[in-house]
Design a protein around this ligand. Structure first.
Ligand SMILES: *Cc1c(COP(=O)(O)O)cnc(C)c1O
Length: 398
């Protein structure tokens, strides 16, 4: 028995089965490559689900983590934390926002956003305006408010009663959204491009129309950029390409290149509704996570990573379109930057397994959309290597 099999047997005995895990035991990573416990190499086009934006073990992030670990790992948010302050400054200098609340995950960032929206609305419009609208096929995390906000029935299944005050609308249809807004609505929350829902891109101008609707109806606009943020779509934040600004934005996945972190950003006048004692997090924004965040963001902003994301993204998308012309079971290729989906007319799960066997890590979401969210540093050569593998496994589909 090889070491991988031994670990998989132990996994099956002690780990809660919330994930259907592929038979891979990764133990080391560098750039776009990872190695399993038996020494086999894999090209990683999933990157921890859009997390390792600078690749595995990016040297500057590793150095920042090492230095911070030797200095101060955790203290408390009762005190002022220089790395946290620096990361907030970087985020505010490079976005619409003026204040940042730090937490440890995307779900927690969305919790903070939803709590802020409700508190602002109560203090501004009274108690009867607490409803939040979110899109069909959206994904906003696994906490109770997260699954209540998420527009996918399978994610809510078995957990009722859910948090009240959420209703859903069809994504990408401004008239349908306008018709969904009611007298109790206080906010609209949506992903600029839906990730878990199948890499769904709304029609051009949609986000601007949502912004106008929010202004007209005095609603807050919350953008969940947990997946689209941190350079994924070719700009630091996806909203920058939409000619509009949100009221609240949430970030997580790529923000510290793999160290758990989440952030909720807003302008000062709005953030002021969360005063001392109203919300908090023991670990949120701790020195270790925010030191990793500062190193990640500084690298992302200064080393041509965004330009590489745009160029490699265009190349990867063009290469996938080439395969789409060759294989009729590919129904559509869509994406922005390095967030790309390949919609199939067949189930994608077996293709993911076949890719893994040939040393390529990809993912399939909503059963039939292959998702590519590689490190933003990926090169053409690495993309070519991935395309060879895909061509081989697609050719075997009968
Ligand atoms: C991944 C994701 C989340 C949840 O983030 P966690 O860190 O897993 O809690 C929320 N929203 C979007 C858009 C995501 O992609």
């Amino acid at each position: 028995m090889n070491q991988s099999q031994a670990w998989i047997e132990r996994n099956d005995k002690v780990i809660t089965k919330t994930y259907g895990r592929y038979p891979l035991v990764p133990v080391r990573g560098q750039g776009c490559l990872v190695w399993d416990v038996d020494g086999r190499e894999y090209l990683d086009l999933l990157a921890g689900v859009a997390v390792n934006i600078l690749g595995h073990c990016a040297p500057k992030v590793v150095a920042a983590i090492k230095a911070q670990a030797e200095t101060l790992i955790h203290c408390s948010n009762y005190y002022n934390i220089p790395q946290q302050i620096r990361l907030a400054e970087l985020l505010c200098e490079n976005s619409f926002a003026e204040r940042v609340f730090f937490c440890n995950s995307g779900a927690e960032a969305n919790e903070a956003a939803l709590k802020l929206a409700r508190k602002y609305s109560r203090e501004t419009h009274g108690a009867n305006r607490a409803e939040i609208l979110t899109a069909n096929a959206s994904f906003h995390g696994r906490t109770f408010a997260g699954i209540s906000a998420t527009g996918q029935d399978k994610i809510k299944e078995g957990f009722a009663p859910l948090v009240p005050g959420f209703r859903h609308f069809p994504f990408g249809d401004i008239d349908a959204l306008r018709a969904t807004v009611g007298p109790e609505t206080c906010a609209i929350m949506l992903e600029p491009i839906q990730g878990e829902g199948g890499v769904n891109i709304p029609p051009a101008g949609y986000l601007k129309q949502v912004r106008e609707l929010c202004d007209e109806q005095h609603l807050l606009l919350i953008l969940d950029e947990v997946q689209t943020g941190c350079g994924r779509t070719g700009s630091l934040f996806a909203y920058e390409q939409e000619g509009m600004l949100p009221d609240i934005m949430t970030l997580a996945k790529g923000l510290a290149n793999g160290v758990p972190i989440g952030a909720m950003l807003a302008r000062d006048s709005l953030a002021a509704h969360l005063g001392p004692g109203s919300h908090g997090s023991t670990f949120g924004g701790n020195p270790l996570a925010t030191a990793a965040g500062v190193a990640t963001l500084e690298t992302l902003l200064h080393e041509g990573i965004l330009a590489n994301c745009r160029a490699s993204g265009a190349y990867l998308q063009a290469e996938l379109e080439r395969l789409a012309r060759k294989y009729p079971f590919i129904a559509a290729v869509r994406g922005r930057g390095l967030m790309i989906g390949v919609e199939l007319s067949i189930e994608g799960g077996e293709l993911v397994k076949a890719a893994l066997q040939r040393g390529l890590l990809i993912n399939c979401t909503v059963g039939k959309v292959l998702r590519f969210v590689p490190p933003l540093i990926i090169t053409r050569k690495e993309i070519d290597r991935a395309m060879c593998v895909l061509d081989e496994i697609f050719a075997e589909v009968v």
